[in-house]
Write a protein that binds this ligand. Structure first.
Ligand code: NHW
Length: 398
């Protein structure tokens, strides 16, 4: 709480210049919802890249290129997001990065690196991918911005604002004027603030590496028993999603997401890309009614391990992140319990979920515990009049 009020008075030299909701405008009823600035003519978009400090150069990253993919992977594995205590750091896999960066209609020009001119070492990165995102009843073409990273040795030199302006320029060149992104830090101005919840699958390891602690009056063996799950799933007709399920899953998801204020507008191509299972990247299951063969329910999670920093026994934490889930016939609680069971079978250590969509209805009952730290959702050049509740969000970014 203290942190939040501090941040509201802080000056944001860069963000104050950008078309985003400003702190001083919070709650001003005179400001309309929608784009903050109108699009400009494409001919008026700056044609040359922004200037970088002299030692550095821009590079457009072809993620198909194995060596390029290695360089990006290494930059992120060593310099991307850590928890507040610097005990864990996201370790996105190369297959994951290829998936995240190449959805239908992606632009290579939005995958932007910065190299040291002399050594060619990759020292910074930012990406965008195109998405149609609905806000209330408007479907808006946006860029989803992710993987902003500056090498640890180059921090606080105002490189991030240049990276953000450059990706903005390249998004504008494709005639797109809005963006969505999430961050753990407070910037002007969140459209919603969410919390992560964690469900232990391998409590002994989680405690050993300092991810969680033994509860009060708990022993290790009682804790292991508390989190024990059945060997196999319980819902009849629960199975892995296959390519022929794409039309049915698309219908199910579209209908479900229509209930939220901000949500992606998925078509069949998007569903095939984002939700068809990919080994070690994304897992999706559905319930096919044994009687009618109708697809009635769906659940999915993505694989995002974290490096464990400075533990003698373990170096990798295997985490599953809840993605999109829809229940129409199976209670959501039972569906998600089956998701936990398959995640356990696949040897994940922990199952994470945000309190978005209807997730609050199962978190406590399925023994998720609240995490520290928040995740804030932002829109660029799109004002929403009032901050949304996390349960009004139907969007999960990677
Ligand atoms: S959030 C993950 C961000 N990455 C990390 O946390 C990795 C570890 N940290 C770093 O690499 C998911 C650096 O600390 C970074 C900042 C690079 C974060 N978003 O260069 P300076 C995403 O990738 C502002 C936005 O000196 P630095 C989403 C900060 O408030 N802004 O800092 C990305 C300050 O501005 P202010 C952020 O520590 C969304 C300025 O940067 C930010 O060396 C991007 C300081 O720059 C963050 N996470 O580097 C926006 N963190 O005004 C997309 C700091 O306050 C917008 N800052 O003075 C849309 C663009 C497309 C529009 C299309 C129409």
């Amino acid at each position: 709480k203290v942190q939040e009020s501090l941040s509201l008075d802080q000056r944001h030299k860069f963000w104050e210049t950008q078309p985003v909701g400003q702190f001083k405008d919070i709650g001003n009823p005179a400001l309309p919802e929608g784009p903050i600035e109108p699009p400009t003519a494409l001919s008026e978009v700056k044609q040359e890249p922004y200037n970088l400090p002299n030692l550095y150069e821009w590079v457009t990253c072809d993620i198909h290129d194995e060596q390029m993919c290695d360089e990006i992977y290494t930059l992120l594995a060593n310099n991307y997001v850590e928890d507040d205590e610097n005990m864990f750091r996201f370790n996105y896999s190369k297959e994951f990065l290829r998936w995240a960066l190449q959805p239908p209609g992606y632009f290579t020009s939005w995958h932007i690196g910065v190299r040291v001119k002399t050594s060619k070492k990759m020292v910074a990165f930012i990406t965008g991918v195109p998405a149609r995102i609905r806000v209330r009843d408007e479907v808006v073409s946006m860029a989803e911005i992710n993987f902003l990273c500056v090498h640890k040795k180059l921090r606080t030199k105002r490189l991030a604002p240049v990276m953000i302006k450059e990706v903005t320029r390249r998004v504008h060149l494709e005639n797109i004027w809005q963006a969505a992104y999430t961050a753990g830090v407070i910037l002007p101005t969140p459209v919603a603030t969410c919390q992560y919840w964690h469900r232990s699958l391998n409590p002994k390891k989680l405690i050993d590496v300092g991810f969680s602690r033994l509860g009060a009056r708990m022993t290790m063996s009682r804790t292991i028993k508390l989190y024990k799950l059945p060997e196999s799933t319980v819902t009849p007709g629960f199975r892995k999603m296959e390519i022929h399920d794409v039309p049915a899953v698309t219908r199910l998801i579209r209908n479900y997401l229509s209930h939220f204020i901000v949500a992606p507008d998925f078509d069949e191509n998007d569903v095939e890309h984002w939700l068809l299972p990919r080994e070690n990247v994304v897992d999706s299951y559905l319930v096919e009614s044994p009687e009618t063969h109708e697809v009635t329910d769906f659940c999915s999670f993505y694989t995002l391990p974290s490096s464990i920093l400075g533990n003698a026994n373990y170096s990798n934490l295997k985490a599953a992140y809840s993605f999109y889930n829809v229940s129409t016939a199976t209670p959501l609680l039972q569906l998600m319990n089956d998701a936990l069971i398959v995640a356990k079978q696949k040897d994940f250590d922990v199952f994470n979920a945000l309190d978005v969509m209807q997730n609050e209805t199962f978190l406590k009952e399925l023994k998720f515990g609240p995490g520290d730290g928040k995740l804030h959702y932002y829109l660029y050049n799109y004002r929403v009049r009032q901050a949304l509740k996390s349960s009004e969000l139907g969007l999960v970014l990677l």
